[in-house]
Design a protein around this ligand. Structure first.
Ligand SMILES: Cc1cc2nc3c(=O)[nH]c(=O)nc-3n(C[C@H](O)[C@H](O)[C@H](O)COP(=O)(O)OP(=O)(O)OC[C@H]3O[C@@H](n4cnc5c(N)ncnc54)[C@H](O)[C@@H]3O)c2cc1C
Length: 365
């Protein structure tokens, strides 16, 4: 008999969801987390009484009632609705692209007028789009592309849009209504009291070891658990034996400002090429904060190198093939795995929970 039923590698949302149901099923869990905090990318740091989203702005949104009921059973959510704005050289536009955006851009008022302009501009691209620039123009026309997509995308990927493949942008939602709600999902919000309330509820009753890289002490931790659930990077698990998977990363610059309200909204995208950051987040607006000071974070996309946080997988053919090699090994060994790193997938929070529900069903029921 080993000490724990499950040793769970990583303390993120996937791990937490699984651990929650494992405990309910009478199982014991040890969480081994590399960082000094639980919660993975959801973790918030308290600065000036404001919950600062330390690993990037997180807005919970879903159309899955089961997922929504689950998170609400652990923490109440507020009515935050994501309505970011774009700043293009000082001109402010509403996002996502909707009648407010078109009205500001062209001085028009009706959906018919907007549609006519967009369709005329889209027609500039003939045949199959050869790169991201052509793809974007064929979806939304030249003006929106130039002011709201080009610079932002080039900063995100560190490359010119003409040198990026068309498949990166499959669709660009265009709304011919005056609706600034970024998400189409039925439910959205931010946990009241911040994400740490949700995290604490998920991991309550687990033993936790922080600041430990499991891959450096595998034998020790394997000996402690009947089973291991791994939510870290799969190439790291196998000592990078076939090579390294690529990621995009982000650098965050956080400042406390001696003012109450800096930008009037939680998220402002800077869509010109010259401003070096892509977004400024003003965290208090996620929870309608009334503190005397405010905290803002500038977000700079960057190439990923070892030691940095791997935020976005580069899901091109080369990386996907490499991932599949690791995955075949893991499947042969029946390794229990899940989450955005182990599956090398961009996953929103609700999808991570859905995926953990599937593992819960397979493992615990
Ligand atoms: C910038 C950014 C913004 C986002 N915004 C949103 C949003 O607005 N809405 C939304 O729904 N989703 C958003 N997401 C996605 C969201 O972050 C993920 O869905 C979620 O965090 C995934 O949870 P996870 O458990 O799979 O991974 P993680 O949160 O990454 O958890 C994995 C954990 O494992 C730990 N770990 C890794 N390797 C080891 C090891 N060897 N030993 C020990 N521990 C290890 C890591 O430190 C980490 O804590 C965003 C993601 C990013 C990057």
């Amino acid at each position: 008999m080993k000490k724990y039923d499950y040793v769970i590698v990583g303390g993120g949302l996937f791990a937490g969801t699984f651990a929650y149901f494992a405990k309910k099923a009478g199982k014991t869990c040890l969480i081994v987390e590399k960082r000094e905090t639980l919660g993975g990318n959801l973790y918030c740091e308290d600065i000036e009484g404001i919950h600062v989203h330390k690993y990037g702005a997180h807005i919970f949104h879903t159309s899955n009632r089961k997922v929504w009921d689950f998170v609400n059973s652990l923490v109440e959510f507020n009515r935050y609705t994501n309505s970011p704005v774009a700043n293009y050289k000082g001109e402010i536009y509403n996002m996502p692209f909707n009648m407010n955006t078109f009205s500001k851009m062209w001085g028009i008022a009706t959906p018919k007028e907007a549609e006519e302009i967009i369709n005329r501009q889209k027609a500039a691209v003939k045949g199959e789009p050869k790169n991201l620039e052509e793809q974007a123009i064929s979806l939304v026309g030249e003006d929106i592309y130039k002011k709201l997509i080009k610079g932002y995308t080039e900063k995100q990927w560190g490359r010119d849009c003409k040198d990026l493949p068309a498949f990166i942008i499959k669709r660009l939602p265009v709304r011919y209504t005056y609706d600034n709600n970024y998400f189409n999902d039925l439910y959205q919000g931010i946990p009241i009291g911040g994400y740490n309330v949700l995290i604490n509820a998920l991991f309550e009753g687990c033993d936790v070891e922080l600041g430990v890289d499991y891959n450096e002490e595998k034998e020790k931790y394997n000996a402690l658990g009947e089973k291991v659930l791994y939510t870290g990077m799969l190439d790291a698990y196998y000592g990078y034996r076939f090579g390294k998977l690529e990621y995009r990363s982000l650098k965050f610059e956080t400042e406390v400002l001696d003012e109450k309200n800096h930008q009037g909204v939680a998220v402002v995208n800077y869509t010109d090429r010259e401003t070096p950051y892509t977004r400024i987040i003003e965290h208090k607006h996620f929870e309608f904060g009334t503190q005397e000071k405010t905290v803002i974070t500038k977000e700079y996309p960057t190439d990923w190198e070892e030691g940095m946080e791997p935020y976005y997988p580069v899901n091109d053919d080369k990386n996907q093939e490499l991932y599949q090699k690791y995955r075949n090994l893991a499947d042969e060994e029946h390794l229990l795995l899940g989450g955005r790193l182990a599956e090398y997938k961009y996953y929103d929070m609700d999808k991570v929970i859905e995926s953990a529900f599937q593992l819960v069903e397979k493992e615990l029921q």
